[in-house]
Structure formats: structure tokens, C-alpha cells
Design a protein around this ligand. Sequence first.
Ligand code: ZN
Length: 167
Amino acid sequence: MLLQIKTFPDLILRQPTETVSFPLSKDILKLTQDMIDTVRKADGIGLAAPQVGRAVKLIVINLEKNDLPPFPLYNPRIVSKGIKKTEIEEGCLSLPGVYGVVKRPKKVTIMAQNTEGKKVSFTDDGWVSRVAQHEIDHINGVLIIDLIKKYTQGEETVQGWKDQKLL
Ligand SMILES: [Zn+2]
């Protein structure tokens, strides 16, 4: 089932999120599948539960174009960050038309739980690292507009939001 994507300044995007408990409820299992359907349909590379109106610590990563089928991470957190940082243009499904350069650590180690509740940890310095950092920010109420130093495309939209004093 496709879910509606909440856009800024919807307050859900700033709310604290609850830890997901195990075994997963039917509700959370359905939410996970719906989020995967939704991120695919939106042609996005990641989605966090607050973006579909649910204040829980759940993200999905969809790097199908890099041959990595969509997968969920429950209760993900960054446990270590590399020193080297990279600046990459990012967008966000909750901020249509807004793009900007965001500086983040290139390499991170993430700890999370899988669908069975098993603890998983992995280190990445590519797209998974970048997308996971963006989505983990979402479950902590952080948006790219908090991090962007330089807006790139979508200048008109950005100006429109500035005029409305939203940014
Ligand atoms: Zn986002």
C-alpha cells in the first residue's frame, strides 16, 4: 500500500521517535512493507517512518539501482564516524524542490536490528553510508535544511519558502 509522504513543515518531521520492539507487530511489519512500496514508487533511495507520519525508529534504504534490494533497519544509530568528510548534493522527499550540498562523514559504522530483531552492524563509505546518515537524521528530527550550507537547484522553491518565513 502506498503511503502519503509528509512534507515540511509538518510537525511529525520534528517529533521524537519511539524505539521499535521485538518481535515485530503486524502493524510494524505492514508499515515496513508499505514504506518499501512507497519509496520505490517515489523513486527515492531512502525513507524514514516520520516521513509517512509514524514517529518510530524505522528506516528503509532502496539502492536498487546499485543492485541492492530495499531493506529496513530498525532502531538504527551511528556508532562511529570516519574523520574524512564529503560534500554531496542531497534532496529529500519531504522537501520537494529543495536541494543543497550537505557535508557528512564519508565512512560510518551503523548498528541496528533486522526484521528478526537480531543486532546487525556494518561499516560503509559509499551510498549506504550517505543514505543511512540522511535517514537516521530523520528519526532524530533533523532535516537537510538544518545542514545545507549552499542551496543548489530548486532556488525558486527555496525562495518561496523563505518568503513564507519557513526557512
Ligand atoms: Zn529526507
